[in-house]
Design a protein around this ligand. Structure first.
Ligand code: G6P
Ligand code: MG
Length: 220
């Protein structure tokens, strides 16, 4: 029986993955770079600065930019993003998520948030979900972001649980890789083109069911 569920936030609990994309697209535009959804898959789960580096790499002349200029651009993107998340309400919780959180909590399994986003606590608060989380990983304190397993192991270590007793839920390829490398059971939300390494894959959050996930976890 699992002891801990670790949830990614953006694209799992609410559709802020879309807002990150729109904010990056706007920033890229101002640099004369165009990004599309296919490229955006590579940005999912990746820290703010790592995402910026990937965008700058699309136009070689931008790579010479100073650290200070990069910081400015990252801040600019975050300003765009903050405008978008200001509109979030509990109506923006993705289908099936609150029911799942409730069931996990009723079954006395711990719940953690494992997001790379420094905006995560604000978003969870706006959604009205703060009380479901027994622990939230502080993105600012994680040294190695996804696909490194650190985000997930930090959550398990907080409780002192074995990694094999933990389940991670993710919508990004980097996140699924992080969960697998941690030795945890990975649940992917999305398509097999990007998330084929997930131990268990569902197409969208409405397909998430606690008993089904635990059944798959137990048979691994
Ligand atoms: C998550 C999202 C990424 C985002 C990162 C940092 O991993 O999937 O798209 O870039 O968090 O978010 P932040 O809010 O700190 O810029
Ligand atoms: Mg995500």
């Amino acid at each position: 029986y699992p002891k801990l569920f670790i949830f990614d936030l953006d694209g799992v609990i609410t559709d802020t993955a879309e807002y990150h994309y729109l904010a990056w697209k706007q920033l890229a535009q101002s640099l004369g770079v165009t990004i599309d959804r296919q490229f955006n898959e590579k940005l999912k789960g990746i820290s703010r600065m790592d995402s910026l580096e990937k965008i700058l790499a699309l136009k070689p002349e931008l790579l010479t930019m100073s650290m200070e200029e990069k910081q400015q651009l990252a801040t600019q993107k975050n300003e765009y993003y903050k405008t978008l998340i200001n509109q979030i309400t509990p109506k923006d919780i993705l289908p099936g998520i609150e029911k799942l959180l409730k069931e996990i909590q009723e079954n006395k399994i711990k719940i953690a948030l494992g997001s790379a986003s420094k905006n995560a606590p604000v978003v969870i608060d706006r959604l009205g979900l703060t009380n479901y989380f027994d622990y939230m990983v502080d993105a600012a304190k994680v040294k190695r972001g996804k696909p490194d397993p650190e985000t997930f192991t930090v959550a398990a270590d907080y409780f002192g649980f074995a990694y094999a007793d933990c389940i991670g839920v993710e919508d990004s390829a980097a996140g699924i890789e992080a969960i697998n490398r941690a030795g945890m059971f990975s649940v992917g939300i999305g398509d097999s083109e990007h998330l084929h390494e997930a131990d268990y894959l569902v197409s969208d959050t409405s397909q998430l069911n606690m008993d089904k996930i635990i059944e798959k976890f137990a048979s691994k």
